[in-house]
Design a protein around this ligand. Structure first.
Ligand SMILES: [Zn+2]
Length: 382
């Protein structure tokens, strides 16, 4: 994974007296080879999260984008006075300047939505995401995990149609984007998607007097699309409310398990979504077919099983099963585990031993010792 390689460059924190970590700065740096403006000077403003021993910087910009600036491309650095966070409207203006012409802005309480489709569709997405955000915070508070309010508006970009979305997404996702209706990017901190009512599955259903919610609710195919959208929005929330920190070594099974726990759609609701922690029928069916004790043990320590197409779907089902079992039956322990990992900052240490130790410290035993109870619990689900 690209991020992992970049992060490796920051592994050695600075010991310099002039350490910039925590400061607000303006940095000039050279654009990366391969970018459209390769070789030219760029500037960014934001907070330094990490300064590496060699002078490389990890900067969080005011709109939430992360910039990784290797020492070799770092130019002049100026310290800036601490300032209040930008408002959604200020973030929006900067975003619109970066997007292709034709985008408009819709701000909700916590989101800044840039769209070039109908305002009605953007409002529908805003309403679903706001409901998700409040459900997400309430859910974890119940178990004593106080999440923080996102420090800045969360950015969502909605393209009018799939073709425009793919053109924009391809440099980031590669060919994988053609299977994906939306994604959360850890570096840009944005969810990018397209208007699902224009997707092939839903084409022809819109029109007449139907609202966006009704059109989506009346299509069985929409369930999977809405689930994907909510899944990506859950990742964004998890990384912006302190559940996980960006670029921290969060095991993939955990971040994916949490996202799958929240993604369950309920199409009886015209919102297209209201389910937190309902049985995820698709994942359960896959789990029944593919559960293996060795795979369960492996997902804890090996993120590669999620990236290898030969094992990915089974690994996701296993991760859903483990997260579902723990969040339903070991609530206090799960909150403890999440809090423990939530304290890990960007680029902190990660190893299989560390992951096993974290798990055992929270759950009082290794995952194999929990497996019989997990199998009993998941097998009786309907
Ligand atoms: Zn995911």
């Amino acid at each position: 994974m690209l991020v992992a390689l970049l992060v490796a460059a920051l592994r050695l924190p600075s010991a310099a007296a002039e350490d910039l970590t925590g400061s607000r700065v303006q940095v000039t740096f050279e654009a990366e080879a391969g970018d459209s403006d390769a070789g030219r000077q760029r500037t960014c403003e934001g907070q330094v999260l990490v300064e590496a021993l060699d002078g490389g910087l990890l900067v969080e910009e005011d709109d939430g984008q992360l910039q990784l600036i290797p020492a070799a491309r770092r130019g002049e650095v100026q310290r800036l006075p601490e300032e209040a966070m930008p408002t959604p409207a200020e973030v929006g203006r900067k975003l619109l300047a970066d997007l292709p012409a034709g985008f408009q802005l819709l701000t909700t309480r916590h989101y800044c939505i840039c769209f070039d489709t109908s305002r009605e569709y953007a409002s529908w997405v805003g309403a679903v995401f706001e409901r998700l955000r409040s459900g997400f915070a309430t859910y974890f508070r119940r178990d004593g995990l106080e999440l923080t309010a996102p420090p800045r508006p969360l950015v969502v970009v909605i393209f009018a149609d799939r073709r425009r979305y793919l053109e924009h997404a391809e440099p980031t996702l590669g060919t994988a984007s053609s299977n994906v209706i939306g994604y959360y990017n850890l570096m840009s901190n944005r969810v990018t998607t397209y208007d699902l009512t224009g997707s092939d599955l839903l084409r022809g259903r819109m029109g007449g007097r139907q609202s966006v919610g009704q059109a989506i609710a009346s299509s069985p195919a929409a369930a999977a699309l809405v689930a994907t959208l909510v899944h990506e929005a859950t990742h964004q929330l998890a990384f912006n409310t302190g559940l996980h920190q960006r670029l921290a070594p969060i095991p993939v099974w955990l971040s994916e398990g949490v996202a799958m726990y929240f993604e369950t759609p309920d199409l009886r609701a015209t919102s297209g979504w209201r389910g937190i922690g309902m049985v995820n029928q698709q994942r359960l069916a896959r789990w029944r077919e593919s559960h293996r004790r060795e795979l369960l043990a492996r997902i804890l320590v090996d993120d590669e099983v999620f990236r290898d197409p030969a094992t990915a779907l089974d690994a996701y089902a296993e991760a859903w099963g483990l997260a579902f079992f723990l969040l339903k039956t070991r609530r206090k322990e799960s909150a403890d585990y999440l809090a423990r990992l939530g304290r890990r900052g960007p680029v902190s240490d990660d190893s299989p031993q560390q992951r096993l130790a974290d798990f055992e410290a929270a759950f009082g035993g290794d995952v194999e010792s929990l497996e019989p109870a997990l199998v009993r619990f998941l097998s009786q689900l309907r």
